[in-house]
Design a protein around this ligand. Structure first.
Ligand SMILES: [Zn+2]
Length: 213
C-alpha cells in the first residue's frame, strides 16, 4: 500500500463493561495509585486471556498444541479481505464461504449481523463459523481467520471444529472484532497479540488500513 489514508479501529474497547463469554474472567480495571500522594496514576487490570479482541492459540482447544508464541508475526500484519456474511442468520456455512473465492494464504475477516447488533451485552445466539466452514478454510490454508464475536463457535456446542480445524493447522483465529464500520473489500490488517508468552491466547489491537477515502 503506497499511502494510508484511513485507519479503522476494529477492536472492542476494554472497560469494566466489556462483554465476556459466560464463565470467563471479567475485565476489571481498578485504581491502584493516584496523584498526588501515590506520586502517579496507576491502574490494576484483571482480565482473561480471551477478553475483548484477541487471538486464540492452538493450545486453547488442543491439548499439547502450540502456545501464543507459535504464530509468526507475519500472520498478523498484511493484506486482508473483509467478507460480508450479512445474509447469514445462524452460522457462516461452507457454501457461503465457497461463494467468496477465498485463496490460500489470504487473511480473512468475516463480518456478520453481530457487528450491527453491537456488543453491549452478551448474546447467546450470535452468528458463528460452522464446523464444515472451518474445515473448508483449513483445506484452503488461509493465513488467518477473524470473526466479529467473542467466540468462533456456537455457544455451548460440542462441535469444536471451528477451533480445531483452524488451530491444528496453526491458523490464528481472531475473535472479538467489531466490523460495524467496515464494508466488504480489501484492506491492510494489523492485529498483533500482546507479547504474553506460553499461554493460550492474548489480546490484540486490531486495525484496518486503506487507501480509499
Ligand atoms: Zn478466544
Amino acid at each position: 500500500m503506497e499511502k494510508i489514508t484511513k485507519i479503522i479501529d476494529i477492536s472492542l474497547p476494554l472497560t469494566n463493561d466489556t462483554i465476556v463469554y459466560p464463565g470467563n474472567v471479567p475485565v476489571t480495571i481498578e485504581n491502584h495509585a493516584h496523584l498526588p500522594d501515590d506520586s502517579s496514576h496507576l491502574s490494576k487490570i484483571t482480565m482473561g486471556s480471551h477478553s475483548g479482541t484477541h487471538i486464540d492459540a492452538p493450545m486453547h482447544a488442543i491439548e499439547g498444541a502450540g502456545e501464543i508464541d507459535v504464530f509468526p508475526l507475519e500472520a498478523f500484519v498484511g493484506p486482508c479481505r473483509v467478507l460480508d456474511f450479512d445474509f447469514e442468520n445462524v452460522e457462516i456455512t461452507r457454501a457461503s464461504l465457497e461463494s467468496k473465492n477465498i485463496q490460500k494464504g489470504e487473511r480473512v475477516l468475516a463480518k456478520t449481523k453481530n457487528s450491527n447488533m453491537g456488543f453491549e451485552s452478551f448474546r447467546p445466539d450470535y452468528i458463528y463459523l460452522s464446523g464444515d466452514g472451518a474445515e473448508y478454510l483449513a483445506e484452503i490454508g488461509v493465513a488467518l481467520f477473524g470473526i466479529d464475536y467473542i467466540s468462533v463457535k456456537q455457544r455451548g456446542s460440542k462441535d469444536n471444529r471451528p477451533h480445531i480445524a483452524l488451530l491444528s493447522k496453526k491458523i490464528p483465529i481472531v475473535e472479538g472484532l467489531n466490523l460495524k464500520d467496515v464494508s466488504e473489500g480489501e484492506y491492510f490488517l494489523s492485529c498483533v497479540p500482546l507479547k504474553f508468552s506460553g499461554i493460550d491466547g492474548a489480546p490484540a489491537r486490531a486495525i484496518l488500513m486503506s487507501n480509499n477515502n
